[in-house]
Write a protein that binds this ligand. Structure first.
Ligand code: ATP
Length: 577
């Protein structure tokens, strides 16, 4: 039908003796949409007709959007190709006075502009990319939302994003004019102008990419006892690398075609100048502009020229297996989330924390490896002793504490950029520990066997960790946690995101792991608590906004069959929570 309509419109236009390509295309599209709409509503149904017309409109809108792009590409390539040859890119060109013919002659050659573009854009990228990426890391990883400096930087970035490029050129020129005097034209000045345009783009794009990195990955790394700086460099930035590089490429693409700021800051010249600190410099956009605006006498040659241009010392802290908590209060800023917990967790046992949602089980668990402090405002009052050493004592490094008290989270969080093998070795590698190939192989096998995963993955250790099933991923996370040889293993609802078969595999694993580790597990699943734990702690909360408290702590069998507190009995028998 489309062809029929097109021929009809062309015929009418020819009959009227005025064939015009754009009007032929527009009329054909309009008539086709009307015809398909009416025809379909008669032959098919009204719904189909609307569907066909909307599909036609979307296709037309797409073609309309790409038409200018294709047209521009075609024009530049077809006109530029004629002049772009080896001489054009290896020789200096421009307009010169020919004494023989007494005429201004344009000689093709863009070497001065190509070199100028590379130098000016290269310097701008060298300055802007580190500043932009570091500013974004500060905004996302370090500054609290209420931090005045963060607000100021965000505001300035917003303002800078909207600056017209010519203003950036004027700023750079004025700035250098104040320092070196008038005629302060230089390639470096143009680079500074481009930095003003590039930095906000790099900050914005890097910020977005860093925010996309799941918080789980940061926690997974911190829980391995990796310092925050190494976590940012080796986990967060590595995960976001491809997105950040795309942002940088876009920023370079945005400035490489700038004409106005370079024209103002570096002026223009046809002379070859490779010194960015001395005198005017030319870039390809400026060359295209000047060749077009100020042609030599040979306008055709001049225009052809224009088209042609287009990571910690292992200070051993004695953190070992028995955990004694004395009157611990846990806060989120001023909010007291958990109050007055005193508990004695025995080595080589599995202890389950149970209680209704919001009673502070997870919050309390995270104080046992100082992960609670990772949350802004998170702090504690009281003591947590591991084999007699206070985790919160003066001079104790939380990073070292986390190497001895490993953690497995609710959702499996293998590092997506790492293979299965690299995930198991993450604790060692992220902490820059030197480890021989054979030791690494032995550690990978031992940890995966410890996590009951070896047989399932031994033939694909170099495949990404993210490619495993949810249950396998969680066992990989357990392998990763035990690879750093912790003394205690904390598990925050490790099976809540898993199916019953994977849950059974993890429960079996927990029963085996308790021969080597002190295990503390938060669970909502009463059967699971009674199946895997030796001791159970019941937490409760008096009401919303009130702190959670440890109500009863005893042998699991006693908690489930003969608890001493009524609330415990009500909870384990399913009367509330
Ligand atoms: N990041 C946070 N900032 C402020 N308050 C928080 C934060 N995380 C948790 N809380 C509060 O601390 C209290 C205890 O929460 P927590 O998540 O530890 O409870 P929970 O018993 O583990 O609950 P659930 O079983 O639902 O996971 C709740 O009142 C909760 O709102």
């Amino acid at each position: 039908m489309l062809v029929g309509v097109a021929v009809l419109v062309a015929g009418i236009q020819l009959l009227l003796g005025d064939f015009h390509l754009p009007s032929w295309l527009i009329l054909t599209a309009l008539l086709y949409l009307v015809a398909i709409g009416v025809g379909s509503s008669i032959v098919e149904s009204r719904r189909k007709a609307v569907d066909r017309v909307v599909r036609g409109l979307v296709t037309a809108a797409f073609l309309l959007a790409v038409a200018p792009l294709i047209s521009t590409l075609w024009t530049v390539v077809s006109k530029g190709l004629a002049i772009v040859n080896w001489d054009f890119i290896t020789k200096t060109g421009g307009s010169a006075f020919d004494p023989d013919t007494l005429a201004v002659v344009a000689t093709p050659g863009a070497l001065q502009a190509i070199v100028g573009t590379l130098i000016i854009t290269g310097i701008a990228a060298l300055i802007s990319v580190p500043i932009g990426v570091l500013a974004a890391v500060y905004l996302v990883e370090y500054a609290l939302p209420t931090n005045p400096l963060r607000r100021t930087i965000t505001f300035l970035v917003d303002v800078m994003t909207g600056i017209p490029s010519i203003v950036a050129g004027l700023f750079a020129f004025s700035f250098f004019a104040l320092i070196v005097g008038p005629k302060a034209f230089s390639g470096f000045s143009a680079s500074i102008a481009l930095c003003v345009l590039m930095i906000p783009i790099v900050i914005r794009s890097t910020e977005e990419m860093l925010r996309l990195v799941p918080a789980d990955l940061r926690e997974a790394s911190l829980a391995l006892g990796v310092p925050r700086s190494a976590t940012i460099i080796k986990v967060v930035l590595r995960t976001a690398a491809s997105g950040i590089i795309t942002g940088v490429v876009l920023a370079v693409a945005r400035v490489v075609g700038e004409t106005a700021p370079i024209f103002i800051a570096a002026s223009f010249t046809d002379n070859f100048n490779s010194n960015p600190f001395d005198g005017p410099m030319q870039t390809l956009p400026v060359m295209a502009y000047t060749a077009y605006s100020f042609p030599g006498q040979d306008i055709d040659a001049s225009q052809a020229q224009a088209w042609g241009a287009a990571r910690v010392d292992p200070r051993k802290v004695s953190v070992s297996k028995r955990i004694e908590v004395e009157d611990l209060n846990v806060y989120y800023s001023d909010f007291l989330a958990v109050e007055g917990v005193s508990i004695d967790i025995q080595p080589r046992t599995v202890t389950a924390f149970i209680g209704p949602s919001g009673c502070g089980k997870s919050t309390f668990l995270r104080t046992l490896n100082r992960m609670h402090e990772v949350i802004p405002g998170g702090h504690v009052k009281g003591r947590v002793l591991v084999d007699g050493d206070d985790l919160y004592g003066p001079g104790v490094d939380p990073v070292l504490v986390r190497r001895h008290v490993g953690m497995v989270f609710q959702r499996p969080n293998p590092f997506p950029t790492m293979s299965i093998r690299e995930n198991v070795l993450a604790g060692a590698r992220l902490n820059n520990k030197r480890i021989s190939r054979s030791d690494a192989d032995a550690l990978v096998e031992k940890s995966l066997q410890g996590a009951n995963l070896w047989n399932e993955v031994k033939d694909r250790l170099d495949k990404p960790g993210g490619g495993l099933s949810g249950g396998q991923q969680q066992r990989l996370c357990i392998a990763r946690a035990i690879a750093v040889s912790p003394d205690v293993l904390l598990m925050d609802e490790p099976c809540s995101a898993l199916d019953p078969i994977s849950t059974f595999a993890i429960e079996e694993l927990i029963s085996e792991l308790k021969n080597e580790y002190t295990i503390v597990i938060v669970t909502h699943n009463m059967q699971q608590a009674s199946r895997v734990s030796d001791k159970t702690a019941f937490f409760n909360i008096a009401g919303t906004g009130k702190p959670g408290k440890l109500i009863e702590y005893n042998d699991t069998a006693t908690i489930f069959t003969a608890p001493t507190v009524q609330a415990t009995e009500d909870y384990v028998s399913g009367r509330f929570g």
